[in-house]
Design a protein around this ligand. Structure first.
Ligand SMILES: [Zn+2]
Length: 57
C-alpha cells in the first residue's frame, strides 16, 4: 500500500461511517456510489494485491 491508497482508504472508511447514518434513500445511494467509485480507483492502482482478486484465483 502506498500513500495514495492510504488516502483513498481513509476517504472510503469516512464514507462508510457516514453510510451508517439513516440518510434518505437518495443520499444513501449516492454515498454507496461514491464508496464504490473510490474502491474501484484504489483497486485500479494495485490490482495484484487485492484480496478479492486473490480469492478469485
Ligand atoms: Zn498503493
Amino acid at each position: 500500500m502506498c500513500d495514495a491508497c492510504k488516502e483513498l482508504d481513509e476517504i472510503i472508511s469516512h464514507y462508510q461511517r457516514l453510510s451508517a447514518f439513516p440518510f434518505d434513500p437518495l443520499t444513501a445511494k449516492r454515498i454507496i456510489g461514491v464508496v464504490a467509485d473510490l474502491q474501484q480507483k484504489r483497486d485500479a492502482m494495485h490490482p495484484i494485491v487485492l484480496p478479492s482478486l486473490k480469492l478469485s484465483r
